[in-house]
Design a protein around this ligand. Structure first.
Ligand code: ADP
Length: 451
């Protein structure tokens, strides 16, 4: 049966019951009809009063903060209160869900490596993540509702935003000029804008380095190639005597050697950069390595220098034999080339008291002025270009040494004084070092602490 019908029947029954009770009482007093009417009237009044009281209770609840449950009541007002309470609860739940979703969405944007800035129709900041705040020099809380063009001190950005041409992004340097930013604006909604920013400093630097590298390589190859082409033309055009021809051929060979050395160093660099770090458990015997590079240096020096090798008799290095050989050979090669005849060169191994060890190459050569030291390991950086080239240098030796050191968890340290000499140290971490045990039955090597 319908809810309203049962309620109406119940009310009717109450009124009829009241009237009957009135009639019974009226009969005792001899006024049955008057008792009936009075009983009906009084019970209707009681019903009305009860209804008004319940309605008032519900009204009081509705006027309040709605934190307490609705007044409990089995009647119409109770049902109404329950329905209102349920509708409120559902709406609150919906609002809470939406708030949670928004919070999740914002924290996902917050985690983005890119800057995200939301602007309203008047270019005022609606929201920004911390990356965008850093990129544009903003305060994510304080600067909300502020016009972004009044806050951001980057004329290129302001002009882009005000220009309204957002088909393509724009790049400019960041607030302090130390970073490069790439910014893209996407209009949405009712005149709002989504501003996406990205720090492209590293990418720009890598691009510039690549461009420089290609330009340097081209230059390095073009010079000997031009000289070679000139000699070839001379040989073809001019009738040279045999001694002249021999002299030209020797000069041509020098240029060819120079190009070969350059290509060899470039290939070494490419191989080192393109391969995984050398394994820690491939042990290279240091004494053999030092003797080998020492012999090569003596051959290059051809008796012009005193070359001494010291220490490292029982040391093994975990890493790549080819790379370590290349690094130490480059250092010794430089020592020979930059030390005048009669100078001294030493190749030494030393355990470091603070941990790890070092291979040091010292010479009594021309030395290097202090201002050049920080840039020495850059590719193609030379203190004296003509001296480097005349002695067969490619300008890549120390960058190879630096790479090898880093790939073995170490570093290269340089000390030098003009006119007195230089010391290049290839420092290696304890992790890649161990002592070789004296050969005995059953034991070949064991790892021990350095020191
Ligand atoms: P290069 O092939 O020109 O020797 P490197 O990268 O090996 O290139 O060295 C870079 C520069 O560092 C050299 O051009 C030279 O000026 C300087 N240099 C390197 N080793 C020494 C040294 N032992 N004594 C003096 N100068 C050195």
């Amino acid at each position: 049966m319908a809810w309203w019908l049962t309620r109406t029947l119940a009310a009717l029954l109450a009124v009829v019951g009241g009237a009957l009770v009135g009639a019974l009482l009226g009969r005792l007093a001899g006024h049955v009809v008057a008792g009936l009417a009075l009983g009906g009237l009084l019970s209707s009044l009681a019903l009305l009063l009860r209804d008004a009281w319940r309605g008032q209770a519900l009204m009081d609840w509705l006027r309040g903060p709605l934190t307490a449950p609705a007044p409990a009541d089995a009647g119409f007002w109770g049902e109404l209160g329950y329905r209102i309470e349920r509708a409120l609860h559902l709406r609150e739940q919906g609002t809470r869900d939406q708030r949670d979703q928004l919070a999740q969405f914002l924290s996902a944007i917050e985690a983005s490596p890119n800057g995200v800035l939301l602007l309203d129709g008047a270019d005022q900041i609606d929201w920004c993540n911390s990356v965008a705040a850093e990129h544009f020099g903003l305060d994510p809380q304080r600067d909300l509702r502020q016009r972004v063009t009044n806050l951001v001190r980057m004329p290129a950005f302001v002009a882009y935003l005000q220009g309204g041409q957002f088909e393509e992004g724009v790049s400019f340097s960041g607030p302090l000029g130390r970073t490069m930013l790439s910014v893209l604006v996407r209009p949405y909604g009712d005149g709002q804008k989504l501003v996406l920013s990205q720090d492209i400093t590293e990418r720009e630097r890598a691009d510039a380095m690549r461009r420089d590298f290609v330009a340097n390589v081209s230059h390095e190859i073009r010079t000997p190639l031009t000289v070679l082409a000139g000699f070839v033309e001379t040989l073809v055009r001019l009738p040279l005597s045999e001694p002249e021809r021999q002299r030209v051929l020797v000069l041509m060979q020098q240029q060819a050697d120079r190009m070969q050395a350059l290509v060899a160093d470039l290939l070494t660099l490419a191989r080192i950069e393109g391969s995984p770090r050398p394994a820690v458990d491939r042990w290279v015997a240091l004494p053999e390595l030092l003797q080998q590079v020492g012999a090569e240096a003596r051959a290059l020096s051809a008796g012009r220098h005193a070359i001494e090798i010291e220490g490292g008799d029982d040391v093994e290095i975990g890493g790549s034999q080819a790379e370590l050989h290349s690094a130490v050979a480059n250092l010794l090669n430089n020592a020979v080339r930059y030390t005048p005849e009669g100078g001294r060169i030493a190749l030494r191994w030393r355990w470091r008291p603070e941990g790890g060890g070092e291979i040091a190459v010292s010479d009594s050569g021309i030395g290097i002025a202090r201002e050049h030291l920080p840039r020495l390991t850059e590719r193609f950086y030379r203190v004296d270009g003509s001296r480097s080239r005349d002695t067969g240098g490619t300008g890549l030796g120390l960058s190879i040494v630096k790479h090898v050191a880093q790939r073995h968890g170490g570093e290269i340290e340089i000390q030098s004084e003009p006119g007195k000499g230089s010391t290049f140290r290839l420092a290696l971490p304890a992790l890649r070092l161990r002592r070789r045990q004296p050969a005995g039955p059953g034991t070949v090597t064991t790892a021990v602490d350095p020191g």
